[in-house]
Ligand binder design. Sequence first.
Ligand SMILES: C[S@@+](CC[C@H](N)C(=O)[O-])C[C@H]1O[C@@H](n2cnc3c(N)ncnc32)[C@H](O)[C@@H]1O
Length: 116
Amino acid sequence: MSLAGLWSALRKGVFPHQISWFLDNPLRRLILSPQRLADRLPIASSSHILEVGPGSGFFSVERARRVPQGRLALFDLQPEMIAKALAKFAPAAPAQVAGFTGDASRHCHPQMRAST
Ligand SMILES: C[S@@+](CC[C@H](N)C(=O)[O-])C[C@H]1O[C@@H](n2cnc3c(N)ncnc32)[C@H](O)[C@@H]1O
């Protein structure tokens, strides 16, 4: 693990991909499992979902499972997180799932930006 990379992510206020194992902690399921969260969302089998900041994909596999005729786009600042999220789909990500890297704050509507 690169300590410089870890420090750089922390300074930017981003959850570092180097410690993504923390996000994958199975104990999280006791608080809110991917299934229970998906149950709360208005997802149809043909829905198109944009998951911003999926990290290592803790919620992504369940979301993809629910849109067999739809799309799931994973969009994260860190390419390493996208790689980890896609790796959760074994043996390969299904056709309706795609990963993208970018900064969501550059794409949101000006009124959605947090005021400082
Ligand atoms: C704390 S992690 C949460 C991951 C996942 N949602 C979960 O609950 O397991 C936040 C993720 O959002 C991503 N992120 C932070 N700022 C972002 C931005 N401006 N655009 C895209 N992704 C961003 C980070 O790279 C990180 O992977």
